[in-house]
Design a protein around this ligand. Structure first.
Ligand code: BES
Ligand code: MN
Ligand code: ZN
Length: 499
């Protein structure tokens, strides 16, 4: 879909979108043809339409000159409007337009946006582009529906900022859609090898470098916690390392993004229920977020060094799979008693994190994972759980989340919880009992970040949606792509402040 800014209207407008704040009058719409404006006024009066937030109505306008669909969209109270809300409105406008088979939209606004032009352009394009997404490649009869263009009608000659924002939103959206596609592919298509191939293709397309390690190399690195999980599958593991060197002059700071890449999680010998297994093809949502973020970060040419690491594998059952009771030595040297083979994500993440610190010299550790059902139990599907050892890093993430609308909520890291993962026979056990499962999983990971600033993002509840809503469609959400990109952008500012 093309998105641009225009001042001059064509003779015919396929779809007219009117965005207005609550109880705003229709004075600011001198751009609309007067006959159409009059009919809108009549409609508003007849229907007592208030432009309350997210209320959308449509009607058809036809006379000797015009034949247009009209979409009225309420922005609610102006003081309460923010970037995320505008994004959602644009998504819902797009969904409405799709339903009415619109081809070209003209958007008119009756008020001054309370957000700046770059931000406005950004969220308009994200809202529209993400709402258009649907994973339909396996539907034989699905005719892909789309909208050709959105023209934002504004009386300004200076469209530079707006256009820059539109471009940015397009970059974020494309990277998010890339992640959604990876998540939505089933496990008979995406296995560790094909995931690594997808990462490689992304690296080539977006211009970051990539290295992929196969079993032998991973074995030589002594990543035995990771390998214990991988062993039960007929697919070999792949350690995927993506490097983006956006600030070669800076030899000290490297941001590490570590994504959980379980291409399938059956639970292993602690096998999941049939219902619990259905969505476990999506257990690589964290890695999809990292691949997407790498793409966006490279495209934006951020002046920062980033390494993305994915320990991709599949958690299956076989004569060679790991068992409850096994004791394995992680790459870092700490031993782990396997209490539950279904707590596999943390086993892979800690080796990936240690590899990142030891071999890639990452100085910040940011892990993102569909890690625990407990995070879903605690926060449901609209907040990701986060944990940290660095409040200022969390503050940067919070800012990114406020903008992207990918909500986060902090869980405590109090020392008491650490006792729950102490083992009698090894340095740690991989499960901390029935309570505080999201917290003990996070603390398990924290044991491997050494003294590095660390952020842990548990997206078990937010990686998927079971029905379309706003920018989300059924299936993978691509959560984390825009969040991590926003975070790295904030870090870019901070890292380049001193010099
Ligand atoms: N991948 C799952 C977590 C998950 C659950 C993600 C539901 C998305 C939706 C993870 O590997 C897992 O199985 N965790 C276990 C841990 C438990 C055995 C301590 C869980 O949450 O039940
Ligand atoms: Mn599991
Ligand atoms: Zn898992």
């Amino acid at each position: 879909m093309k998105i641009d800014v225009i001042r001059k209207l064509p003779d015919h407008m396929d779809t007219i979108v009117v965005l207005q704040t609550q109880s705003g009058d229709m004075k600011n719409f001198e751009y609309l043809p007067t006959d159409i404006l009059d009919s809108i006024k009549v409609y508003i009066k007849d229907e007592n339409y208030q432009f309350s937030y997210n209320s959308i109505c449509t009607f058809h306008y036809m006379n000797h000159k015009h034949n247009s669909k009209v979409i009225l969209c309420g922005a609610g109270e102006k003081d309460k409007l923010n970037a995320d809300k505008v994004r959602t409105l644009c998504a819902n406008i797009t969904r409405t337009a799709l339903k009415h088979k619109s081809s070209v939209m003209y958007m008119f606004m009756g008020f001054d946006m309370p957000i700046n032009d770059v931000v406005f352009g950004h969220v308009v394009s994200e809202g529209c582009l993400l709402a258009l997404y649907k994973f339909s490649k396996y539907l034989s009869d699905d005719k892909p529906k789309t909208i050709e263009a959105l023209h934002i009608v504004i009386d300004t000659k200076n469209t530079r900022h707006l256009n820059r924002g539109i471009m940015e939103g397009r970059i974020y959206s494309e990277a998010t859609i890339l992640a959604r596609n990876l998540v939505n592919e089933p496990a008979n298509v995406i296995n560790p090898e094909s995931l690594s191939e997808a990462a490689k293709k992304t690296a080539l397309n977006y211009g970051f470098s990539i290295e992929i390690f196969t079993y032998d190399k991973i074995k030589r690195l002594k990543m035995d916690a990771y390998l214990s999980v991988a062993r039960g599958s007929k697919y070999e593991p792949r350690l995927i390392i993506m490097r983006y060197n956006g600030n070669p002059d800076n030899k000290t700071d490297v941001v590490g993004l570590i994504g959980k890449g379980l291409t399938y999680d059956s639970g292993g010998y602690c096998i999941k229920t049939a219902q619990g297994m259905v969505n476990m093809k999506n257990d690589m949502g964290g890695s999809a977020a990292v691949i997407g973020a790498m793409a966006a970060i490279s495209t934006l040419k951020l002046k920062v060094n980033v390494v993305g690491i994915i320990a991709a594998c599949e958690n299956m059952i076989s004569g060679d799979a790991y068992r409850p009771g096994d004791i394995v030595r992680s790459m870092a040297g700490k031993t782990i008693e396997v209490i539950n083979t279904d707590a596999e994500g943390r086993m892979t993440l800690i080796d990936a994190i240690h590899y990142g610190i030891d071999r890639e010299h990452i100085t910040k550790v940011i892990d993102i994972a569909t890690l625990t059902g407990a995070a879903v139990a605690a926060l449901g599907t609209s907040f990701s759980a986060v944990m940290t050892n660095d409040d200022s890093l969390l503050e940067q993430l919070q800012q990114a989340a406020d903008f992207s609308g990918e909500n986060i909520w902090q869980l405590p890291t109090h020392l008491d919880y650490l006792d729950l993962i102490k083992s009698e026979v090894a340095d740690l056990k991989n499960v901390g009992g029935p309570y505080a499962g999201a917290i003990t999983a996070g603390l398990f990971i924290r044991e491997f970040v050494e003294d590095k600033p660390w952020l842990h993002i548990d997206i078990a509840g937010t990686a998927l949606k079971d029905k379309e809503n706003g920018i989300y469609s059924y299936g993978g959400t691509g959560v984390g792509v825009r969040l991590l990109t926003g975070l790295v952008r904030n870090l870019e500012k901070e890292l380049n402040k001193e010099v």
